[in-house]
Ligand binder design. Sequence first.
Ligand code: CP
Length: 329
Amino acid sequence: MSPMTTMPPMAKTAQWMKKDLLGLRELSAEEIGLILETAQSFKEVSLRPIKKVPALRGKTVVNLFFEPSTRTRTSFELAAKRLSADIVNISPQGSSLAKGETVLDTVKNLEALKVDIFVIRHAAAGVPHRVAQRTSACVINAGDGAHEHPTQALLDLFTIHEKKGRIEGLNVSIIGDISHSRVARSNIWGLTKLGAKVTVCGPPPLIPTQIESLGVSVTYRIEEAIKDADVLMLLRIQHERQEAKLVPSLREYRLRYGIDQGRLSFAKPGILIMHPGPVNRGVEIDSAVADGPYSVILDQVTNGLAVRMAVLYLVSGATRMDLTEGPAP
Ligand code: CP
C-alpha cells in the first residue's frame, strides 16, 4: 500500500523533521507520502469561494528566481498568499544582484529582514543547497541547474496518484533530454521510491551513461517506451541542445521521438500524457495530444499549487493543520 493511503492525516506535522526541501533524493517514501497527503488537504482550499486559510499568517516568504519561470514562481506566490503568508518576489534584474552582490550576501541581507522561507531557482546546480547551509531560514529548491526540481516531481506524483489511484507498479516512461533534465532526475527518485517502474527514452546523446544505476530501464525506441506505459512523461527539448549538436534537428527529433496521435495508437487505454511545461508544440508533442483526452498537463499545473502550499506549510513548521473556512482574520 502506498504511503499516501497509510499516513494518518493529523500526524503530518509531527513527522516532518527537515528545515529545507532540496531534492527528492534525500526524502524517504514516507516523507514523500506525507507531502502528497498534505497537498490533498490543501487542494480543497482552492475550490472555496474565499481561497485562503490562516496557516502561515505572520510568515514571510521570498521568491528568489535567477531563471525565468511561469508555473513555479506564480504557484509559489499564490500558495504563500492562500496560506496568508507575506511574499516578496526578487529577480536579479531588479535587485542589487545586478550590481554584483553575491547570492549569499543577498540572502543574508534578506535574512536580516526576518524572512522565514526562501524559494530559490538558479541555473547552477547546488545553489539552494549552499544557501540552506548558510541560513537559518527554510530553503525550497525551485529548480537548480540539471540537478533537481523537487516540487515539479511532487506535483507529477500527486497527479499520477489522483488519476490512477496508485503509483506502485505503474509503468512510467520519461521521454526526451534525460541528461539535462532536473525534472527527470527528481521524478526518477520519486517514482522509484514509490514503487513505479521507470523507463527513460531519447536520443543516445541525451541519455546519461549508467542511468540504470538509478533503478530505471533504458530504450532508444519510442514505440518500446509507449507500448506498456501507464504514463508518458514528455520533456521539453531545449533549443541549446540542437546548437550543441546533441540532437540533429528539431524536425528529426519530432520524427523519431515526438508524440502524435499516430504514435498514441500503440498506447494502453487510459494512458496519461504529462509534460512539465513549457511545451514545444510540434516538437516533443503535437497539439492534438497536448490538448487531447489523455493529456493531464493543466491538471499538473493545478496540482502544483496544492503541492507548493503543502511544502511551504511543512517546512515552516506550522504546528497545526488550520484549514478553517473563510479568510484570515
Ligand atoms: N515546469 C516548470 O518548472 O515551469 P516554469 O519554468 O514555468 O516554472
